[in-house]
Design a protein around this ligand. Structure first.
Ligand code: VG1
Ligand code: CO
Length: 544
């Protein structure tokens, strides 16, 4: 089985976005398309030669075909060993865990996360380095540059491997080990959280929860951890079988796409706790009885209560949040006397801070929370963290959050998404805002005084690398903010994200409706960015 060299030509547009390369399945199915990108990974990551590579994905349509192709190319490119999740399955956080545990040189994860799956939907690929985290911008730019000059790739002529049976096989000179996708991850969770306390909570019979795996990758993980190890009643995990098309839904754990679960936490006979995760298992949504925890608040609550969790009982070294995430965590960091960092959107920006132990916890407003236990955000980890808190504090989710607000104040927060907008119109809208920025400070908008206005730029405190044009921020006196940026994960046109935040210290005003409380800011954003005239949209497609 000698490696063969196949001639190819560059494709336009293989630049990874916020989290890897995401395109329609049909785009990936073009001859040489996936091969080119995979070869660009091998050409720019020389340590993979002779090293170990972790491979797995979220089980979406084209997952298995892609994995077979990647394994053949890995063998031809001199990878010594590939670790593959059984059935081609690995959640994003589990892949990160396995890269770290087995000291692999990197991993390739196949996922388009919360984007829908199926022959006409989305596929994605991303590379994670030896620390287990998403490739840095420097690395993804190098991969992209390579895709633009590529003229050959290496592969093997070989039949497909059986990925459904654990154990060792060979492919050319490469060893392939098919591993249990859940075991190592479950062991890590058991080492971090108080499983006894959570077990007892379930045993009381007074606490009812459901975990919605949304027919995506976390099903097997949640069944093993929640039902088998923690003794939650059978049926606690709903939609637990991973399907290539996620049952036709968006595997996106938010109030818009996880309707079934949301309904179960409302009204008569409501559950005490509801949680959901996304396509690749790195996002989480936390619900209490008639109560939704905004992801920004979740990060702040976890930071304030970390000492109640065995894995973090010694305290946290610092926290980081992505720029559009609300400033709730900043207030906790201040009280705890630890550092707080504001990074650009995307988990790759947390990696250096985690590696340098400057932070222990980090999170994003987009339903992403995580810690130094892996180098990805981690959906089930966040769910277990919350269960640990509920068990220890003997309070409901709502009580925990309300008490948090009384102590730190409340950051009302929402995100409005305008999806599949014309790309040129979206770019023009952002340009228009950038031109306005210098004249905004000091101005009154809708009765609020602008304190600062800029296009967010970030200098990594560890390696000094600089990332510019990361989103327009308009901050008002008193802590309110409007942030606008374009998504880097979509596959169709542009998605405009408008993030709105208002700080309220007075506990008597902590029970307002979020959209109502933020209305003045919503109106300012619409007007300032000329959203309706420029995009033709009277309102957002998704509100979270
Ligand atoms: C979105 C989120 C961002 C997240 C990214 C990947 O990016 O806003 O916070 O890191 O998705 O998450 P964008 O560029 O579309 O706003 V996942 O679960 O899709 O890997
Ligand atoms: Co995801």
């Amino acid at each position: 089985m000698d490696p063969s060299v196949v001639s190819t030509q560059p494709f336009q547009g293989q630049r990874p976005g916020t989290s890897g390369l995401r395109k329609k399945v049909k785009v990936f199915q073009q001859p040489h398309y996936l091969e080119n990108f995979v070869q660009a990974i091998f050409d720019t990551q020389p340590e993979l030669k002779g090293g170990a590579l972790v491979v797995g994905g979220d089980g979406r349509f084209y997952n298995r075909e892609a994995i077979q192709l990647i394994l053949r190319m890995a063998a031809a490119n001199g990878v010594a060993k590939a670790l593959v999740g059984r059935g081609g399955i690995l959640s994003t956080p589990a892949a990160s865990c396995i890269i770290r545990k087995y000291k692999a040189q990197g991993g390739i994860i196949l996922s388009a996360s919360h984007n829908p799956g199926g022959p006409d939907e989305d596929f994605g690929i991303k590379f994670n380095g030896a620390a287990g985290g998403p490739a840095s911008e420097t690395m993804t730019e190098a991969m992209y540059a390579r895709t633009q000059t590529i003229d050959r790739y290496l592969t093997l002529e070989a039949p497909d491997l059986d990925l459904d049976l654990d154990g060792l096989t060979r492919l050319g000179d490469m060893t392939v080990e098919v591993i249990d996708p859940v075991r190592d991850y479950a062991a890590l969770m058991e080492a971090l959280f108080d499983f006894n306390a959570i077990h007892q909570l379930f045993n009381t019979g007074q606490f009812r929860m459901r975990f919605d795996a949304m027919h995506a990758v976390t099903g097997p993980y949640a069944v093993e951890i929640l039902e088998r190890r923690l003794g939650a009643e059978p049926g606690t995990v709903i939609n637990g079988t991973p399907l290539p098309d996620f049952g036709g839904h968006h595997p996106d754990p938010n109030l818009a796409h996880a309707q079934e679960l949301v309904t179960m936490t409302q009204g008569h006979d409501a559950l005490d706790f509801g949680a959901a995760s996304d396509g690749d298992g790195d996002r989480n949504m936390i619900l209490g009885k008639d109560f939704f925890v905004t992801p920004s608040d979740s990060l702040a609550v976890l930071a304030a209560n970390a000492h109640l969790v065995p894995g973090y009982q010694g305290g946290i070294s610092g926290v980081a949040r992505s720029m559009p995430t609300s400033q709730a965590a900043d207030r906790v960091a201040e009280q705890l006397g630890v550092e707080c960092f504001e990074t650009p959107t995307g988990w790759k920006f947390f990696g250096n801070l985690l590696d340098a132990r400057r932070i222990t916890l980090c999170g994003e407003e987009s339903f992403g929370t995580g810690s130094d236990h892996v180098r990805e955000k981690d959906g089930l980890w966040a769910v277990l963290f919350w269960l640990n808190l509920v068990a220890k504090r003997r309070q409901s989710v709502a009580e925990i959050v309300r008490e948090h607000w009384r102590r730190f104040g409340r950051n009302y927060y929402t995100r409005h998404d305008y999806e599949a907008v014309d790309s040129d119109a979206a770019e023009a809208l952002m340009d228009h805002l950038r031109i306005l920025l210098p004249q905004l400070p000091g101005q009154e908008l809708g009765g609020l005084k602008v304190a600062y206005a800029d296009d967010f730029a970030y200098t990594d405190p560890i390696d000094g690398s600089r990332s510019e044009r990361q989103g327009v921020r308009i901050g008002f006196e008193g802590g309110s903010r409007i942030v606008l940026r374009l998504s880097g994960t979509g596959t169709q046109g542009a998605t405009l994200r408008v993030y709105l935040e208002l700080y309220e210290a007075d506990p008597a005003k902590h029970d307002r409706d979020t959209q109502e409380a933020l209305r003045p800011l919503i109106l300012i954003a619409r007007e300032l960015a000329q959203i309706e005239t420029r995009t033709g949209r009277a309102g957002p497609d998704v509100i979270t």
